[in-house]
Design a binder for this molecule. Sequence first.
Ligand SMILES: [Zn+2]
Length: 324
Amino acid sequence: MSITTYNKKKKPKTSTCFICGRSFDAGYDGIIAEGARYGIRFCQTCGLGKTDPFLTEEEFKKIYSSTYREEDSTRFFSPLEKVIRLLRVHRCRSVERFGKKGRILDVGCGRGDFLLLMKERGWEPTGLELDERIERHGKKIGIDLRSGSLETVRFPDSHFEAVTFWHVFEHLKNPEWALKECRRILKPGGLFVISVPNIGSLQARLSGKHWFHLDPPFHLYHYSLENLNKLLDRASFKTLKVKHFSLEYNPYGYIQSIFNSIGFRPNLFYDFLRSKMTKKDSYASVAVMFLLMPVVLPLSLILSVTEAALRAGGTIDLYARKEG
Ligand SMILES: [Zn+2]
């Protein structure tokens, strides 16, 4: 994959914030994930977070090749997958509310579930995913899914009516370049959608280093609405709408962060839902979490609604228009 050779000269500096140029300062330490220890450093000026250590090119390639998500298997057990599908329809409607029907590019499209729905609604979808098996899957479901990234797959100027990043932007190593590239491939007035965890949210502040959506080492940068707006403004995108409530992400953000905070093995419940528990994990702990659920679930829902009302949602969906 040519990501390794891409843009060597313009490699972003590791020690300074790419939004405001200030150095990253202290933050969280000792977050255990994927068998290693991570920290999050914060820019004291704009609040941008950066995972430390940052993924090397080798690690980056490895986790996004074929192991991160199994191509033909479900991520969660099937009733939950059905609920997620319903929420995807809501996503489609939101895109249609702000964008003009036509060509749509979904960056980091997973198995193309969202694009499949958009195709049914009359859009012309293209998907990008790093997993090299995605093209074969695309042929199977009848969608143009391409293996690679914005750096490796080049599209013509002013080509798309909409470009979407559903929980992908925080995984990008060079987000500023990606914004410029999206600006190039979007038609004038085209719709740009970014959905990211919000480091300025109530749940991020309450949970600190136990916050589920920090997700190191996969999430490289940690955005807030303020610094994201600054970034978009600089790339000549005008924010049209920001959604602070996501039933798919926000209540679960609280549930898992509460469990992480009170001493369970970090993300154990999440791994149980994904059928990814290890031999060392205890089913008794999972049983205790289920017993706590009558308290934790309503609390999480109430907090998610509250933070949305305060415009401090755990994850945010931002809809913007290419200006000029
Ligand atoms: Zn900054």
